[in-house]
Write a protein that binds this ligand. Structure first.
Ligand code: CP
Length: 299
């Protein structure tokens, strides 16, 4: 029984196995191979893409979905603990997909559950299934994961997708540029992670000048929900944004990714540009999550 809680739970070979499965499922999306399985999707935080693409993935694999995304409709509203909730859900399901606002909640759930747990995002910590779909999107658009120049922009402190993705891409000899305001720079533990692997990176406070030699421009939303002080959020909410006029002299293979939802960090005039890939990226989530479920079910 294997769970996916951190992207570091998968080695390079396992990641590539999931991407190969995603490619197979994109070519043939209806594969009802798990018609005897029930998968619980339990979301303690809002979600559009992750929840719906997991539910679509489960359906296309022939399994059934149970779950909740509205806590007032559950016994959590009566005071039931996370521990008891996970014990109950794992009595009913063969696999649990869980999103939770607290860092570490998914790992805790995996230690309690009697079935595999997939982390669908825990606080500001990790979002490994987003990372695998990001990798699939990079692989599809670049033809390789190796030797890429990746510029990551926005909320690098609280952005869990950034944390998972830089760790995953560390297997593929990347070069990183991190662009954020000083308040939202990449946490030291991720700098340490990159330093310990001799992966080159640089840090910048303005986006201008950091796009032109990028293969991938990874934009992120400022994570308003993680700020303790609303005034701190107000100070940074409009600092990093991309519009079409900034996309000059870029590499022909440049693709713009964003885990979504976006607020104001990508102007809508970028959407029609050939570099814009974020809506296709979200579509790739279905095939990648089919691959993740298949890989974990077969362990
Ligand atoms: N990318 C992502 O996690 O989106 P949702 O919050 O809509 O699931």
């Amino acid at each position: 029984m294997k769970s996916l809680i951190s992207i570091n739970d998968f080695n390079k070979e396992e990641m590539m196995q999931v991407l190969d499965l995603a490619r197979k499922y994109e070519a043939e999306p209806n594969c009802p191979i798990f018609s005897d399985k029930v998968i619980a999707c339990i979301f303690f935080e809002p979600s559009t893409r992750t929840k719906l693409s997991f539910e679509t993935a489960v359906s296309r694999l022939g399994a059934r979905v149970i779950g909740f995304s509205s806590l007032p409709a559950t016994s959590i509203a009566k005071g039931e603990s996370l521990k008891d909730t996970i014990k109950m859900v794992s009595n009913y399901a063969d696999m649990i997909v869980m999103r939770h606002p607290l860092d570490g909640a998914a790992r805790y759930a995996s230690e309690i559950a009697g079935c595999p747990v997939i982390n669908a995002g825990d606080g500001a910590n990790q979002h490994p299934t987003q990372t695998l779909l990001d990798m699939y999107s990079i692989w599809k658009t670049q033809g390789t994961l190796e030797n890429l120049s990746i510029t990551m922009v926005g909320d690098l402190k609280y952005g869990r997708t950034v944390h998972s993705l830089l760790q995953a891409m560390s297997h593929f000899n990347p070069r990183f540029r991190f662009v954020s305001c000083p308040e939202l720079e990449i946490p030291w533990e991720y700098e340490h992670f990159l330093d310990s692997r001799n992966i080159p990176y640089s840090q910048h406070n303005v986006l201008e000048g950091q796009i032109q030699d990028a293969d991938i421009l990874y934009m992120t939303r400022i994570q308003q929900e993680r700020f303790q002080d609303p005034m701190e959020f107000e100070k940074v909410r409009n600092l990093m944004s991309l519009d079409a006029s900034m996309l000059t002299d870029t590499k022909p293979n440049l693709k713009i990714l964003h885990p979504l939802p976006r607020v104001n960090e990508i102007a809508t005039d970028v959407d029609e540009r050939p570099e814009a890939y974020y809506f296709d990226q979200a579509r790739n989530g279905v095939f990648t999550r089919m691959g993740i479920i298949t890989y974990l079910m077969n362990q």
